[in-house]
Design a protein around this ligand. Structure first.
Ligand SMILES: [Mn+2]
Length: 366
């Protein structure tokens, strides 16, 4: 999930282990593990996937057996992250899709990137619970920058001021490699740089901190063609994708005296243009580029009666509480939830008053 600004809190909180981690610190836990799975939330984005690639390359340097275990194959626009030869990758990295029915051999550790919400990880969490009941405990280490409570039985390295999970991971990778006398190479650096460029959307959302630019300054000397990262992430339109954006933008409405953008995208539209779920992120970002718009609401149909609510807001306006109201979460300026609803209209009528109240309240407070 991409991150926008958060409140100005100058101090950093890099290491936050949750209550009495079973196996010591997160770093110890990684060092001890011989086999590691890397995972991220479904509809994985450029942050979570890039973290997986960077960590995969790091752990392999440390002689560990590593698997990327996701909930679907990576979206086409992110496949470059796993391709041999691209951005210094020595070989292609395999992304597997978790399937409990295949009875996978449990790893010593699961590292989860870019979310702290275990509900998103089903059926993996249920599978882990089942193993625990029969005596096999698999620790989970969360590497993340989102708001929200850490599940009680998880280890966590969370920095809620970081602009990307990659920024949190950089600190981990540096320490893991330095302890073995090894260094970050181009493939690791370009993966981490991808996470940074993606979640800050080209250094647009840097969370009132120089740390994103400092991270770029540390990584860029190691990357021969950094512009390839920008191209892969942002210059990836196809005629079909452009058609999808045109159709989606024509469905966009600007309401509440120009302050609220609303767009509803049905499954039909995605099917017609062979669009992916995360293609709609561009639509909501574009809506927020309208100067009068403070908050953008996107409703995306996932199944007949399941809708994904995506919310974005400008600085000074929070959408986190609204997302939480519908059982979701995220950041102050970028949040979402998945809900059951027979139609989009009734859902829209429930969400809009909350957003309009937030907009009026904050505008009134100025
Ligand atoms: Mn992120």
């Amino acid at each position: 999930m991409s991150a926008s600004e958060s409140p100005k809190v100058p101090q950093k909180t890099p290491l936050k282990p949750s209550t009495s981690p079973p196996d010591g610190t997160p770093l110890d836990c990684i060092r001890k593990a011989k086999s590691v799975w890397l995972t991220t939330h479904p509809q994985a984005d450029g942050d979570g996937l890039a973290c997986e690639a960077a960590m995969w390359l790091t752990l392999e340097k440390l002689g560990k057996s590593v698997k990327i275990m996701n909930f679907e194959p990576p979206g086409p626009k992110y496949r470059f992250l796993f391709e041999a030869g691209h951005l210094g990758k020595p070989k292609s990295l395999k992304v597997q899709v978790f399937d409990a029915d295949l009875d996978p051999a449990p790893p010593d550790l699961i590292v989860l990137f870019d979310t702290n919400d275990f509900r998103l990880l089903e059926p993996m969490i249920r599978w882990r619970e089942g193993l625990k009941a029969s005596g096999t405990e698999i620790p989970i280490l969360i590497v993340d920058h989102h708001q929200g409570a850490i599940p009680p039985d998880a280890l966590a390295w969370v920095d809620r001021q970081a602009a990307s999970s990659g920024e949190v991971l950089l600190a981990i990778i540096e320490q893991l490699l330095a302890a073995e006398g090894k260094q970050i190479d181009e493939a690791i650096a370009s993966s981490l740089y991808t996470s940074l460029v993606f979640d800050t959307q080209n250094f647009r959302y840097i969370r009132s901190s120089p740390s994103s630019h400092k991270m770029a300054a540390a990584l860029l000397p190691l990357i021969s063609e950094p512009e390839k990262v920008h191209e892969a992430l942002f210059a990836n339109l196809t005629p079909m994708k452009l058609g999808f954006l045109a159709a989606a933008l024509s469905a966009l409405r600007i309401e509440a005296e120009g302050t609220l953008a609303v767009v509803i995208l049905t499954r039909d539209l995605f099917q017609r243009y062979q669009a992916e779920a995360n293609d709609s992120g561009d639509v909501v970002d574009m809506a927020l580029n309208v100067s009068s718009v403070k908050v953008a609401l996107l409703l995306r149909q996932e199944t007949d009666d399941t809708w994904k609510i995506s919310l974005r807001s400008k600085k000074g306006f929070s959408v986190l509480e609204t997302a939480q109201n519908f059982g979701g979460g995220g950041h102050i300026n970028a949040a979402g939830a998945t809900v059951k609803s027979a139609d989009s209209h009734s859902l829209e009528t429930k969400i809009k008053p909350l957003l309009i109240t937030e907009i009026r309240h904050k505008m009134g407070a100025r």
